[in-house]
Design a protein around this ligand. Structure first.
Ligand SMILES: Nc1ncnc2c1ncn2[C@@H]1O[C@H](COP(=O)(O)OP(=O)(O)OP(=O)(O)O)[C@@H](O)[C@H]1O
Length: 305
C-alpha cells in the first residue's frame, strides 16, 4: 500500500448548486491518512452530495477537490478508493459470492481476495445464499465487502448504518472500527452523533450545506465548562460576560454555563464574590458532544437566516 503523507482528501470552497438549491455551500474539509473521519449533519445538510463529488459521481459547481493526490473520478484515484454511496446495487437472484465474483472479474481482482473480504464483513457463512434472502444489515455489509475488493487506501461510506436495526448497526460499527484500525482511511457520513462519537477520530459537522466545525472527537468530548449557580443570576451573567466574553457564557434555566476550563474556577468564584454575588454552586463538567453539535448548528442557522 502506498504511504501518502499529504491529507488523503482535501476539499476547499466546495459548492454544488441544483437550480435554486445550494446543496453544498463553501465546504472545506481535510481527511488525514489512517483516520476514521465522520461527516456529521442532519438530513439534507449536503453530506451525500459532497461524497458523490469526492467519488467522481457528480461534478462540483465550484471549489477544489483533491483525493489521493488526484482529481475525483481519475482512474488511478478510483483504483485506490472503495465506496458505498446510497444503497449498493446487486443482482438479487445471485448469491453474495457470485455478485462479488462479477465485480472482482470486472476490476481484475484475484479470487482469493473475495474470501478475505467476505470473512472480514462476517458473511462467509451466508456467501452462497441469494442476495435477495439477506437482511438489510447483510446487504450493507456486502456493499462494504464490494468496496474493499480493490484493497483501497480510502473507503468512503455514505450513512452505512442507515435503516439498520440495533444489531445490524452494532455489526456495521464494529466493522468500520476494524477497517480503521488496519491502517485504512475511512470517511463516513452519519446523522447520528453518538455513532460518530463511538467510531470516529475526527468529525466535520455540516449544517445547511455549510461546514460549521471540524474537530478531533476527543477534543470536542473533553471540552470543559463551568456550571455556576448564583444569586442574583442576571448580575452574575453580566459580570462573567464582561470578563470572559459574551460567547463564553450562556444562561441555561437557573444556571450559567461558561466554556472555560476548571483552572479558572477559583478566578470566576472570586470575581462573583467581589461583585457581591452569592455563589451556591461552581463545578466543572464535560460538555456533551450533543450540546456542542446543537449549539453549532443552531448558530449556523441563525447566521444564515
Ligand atoms: N439531484 C438533486 N437535485 C436537486 N436537489 C438535490 C439533488 N440532490 C440533493 N439535492 C438537495 O440538496 C440538499 C442536500 O442533499 P444531500 O442528499 O446531499 O443531503 P444529506 O446531508 O446527504 O441528507 P440525507 O441524509 O437526507 O441524504 C437537499 O436540499 C437536497 O434536496
Amino acid at each position: 500500500m502506498t504511504k501518502t503523507v499529504e491529507p488523503l482528501v482535501r476539499v476547499t470552497g466546495l459548492t454544488k448548486r441544483y437550480g435554486d438549491t445550494l446543496a453544498v455551500d463553501g465546504v472545506d474539509l481535510m481527511v488525514r491518512p489512517g483516520e476514521v473521519y465522520g461527516f456529521l449533519g442532519p438530513n439534507g445538510a449536503g453530506k451525500t452530495t459532497t461524497l458523490r463529488i469526492l467519488t467522481g459521481l457528480i461534478s462540483p459547481t465550484s471549489g477544489t477537490v483533491r483525493v489521493l493526490g488526484g482529481s475525483p473520478g481519475q482512474a488511478q484515484v478510483l483504483a485506490r478508493t472503495g465506496s458505498m454511496i446510497e444503497s449498493p446495487a446487486f443482482y438479487p437472484y445471485l448469491s453474495g459470492l457470485d455478485n462479488l465474483r462479477l465485480l472482482a472479474e470486472y476490476a481484475g481482482v484475484a479470487r482469493a481476495k473475495i474470501d478475505e473480504v467476505l470473512e472480514l464483513v462476517d458473511l462467509a457463512d451466508r456467501a452462497k445464499d441469494r442476495f435477495s434472502t439477506y437482511s438489510l444489515g447483510m446487504k450493507q455489509r456486502l456493499g462494504v465487502a464490494a468496496a474493499l475488493l480493490k484493497d483501497p487506501e480510502l473507503v468512503i461510506l455514505d450513512e452505512p448504518t442507515n435503516g439498520l436495526d440495533p444489531a445490524g448497526m452494532r455489526d456495521m460499527r464494529r466493522l468500520i472500527r476494524e477497517l480503521g484500525s488496519g491502517g485504512r482511511t475511512v470517511l463516513l457520513s452519519s446523522h447520528l452523533l453518538g455513532e460518530v462519537q463511538q467510531i470516529c477520530d475526527r468529525v466535520g459537522i455540516i449544517s445547511a450545506g455549510r461546514m460549521v466545525a471540524e474537530h478531533d472527537v476527543e477534543e470536542l468530548r473533553n471540552e470543559q465548562e463551568l456550571v455556576i449557580r448564583a444569586r442574583p443570576l442576571e448580575s452574575a451573567h453580566s459580570v462573567l460576560r464582561r470578563v470572559l466574553g459574551g460567547d463564553a457564557v450562556r444562561l441555561y434555566d437557573d444556571t450559567l454555563r461558561a466554556t472555560v476550563g476548571p483552572n479558572r474556577a477559583a478566578e470566576v468564584n472570586r470575581l462573583l464574590v467581589e461583585a457581591g454575588i452569592a455563589v451556591s454552586e461552581l463545578r466543572s463538567t464535560e460538555r456533551a458532544l450533543e450540546d456542542v453539535f446543537f449549539e453549532l448548528t443552531t448558530e449556523e442557522k441563525a447566521h444564515a437566516g
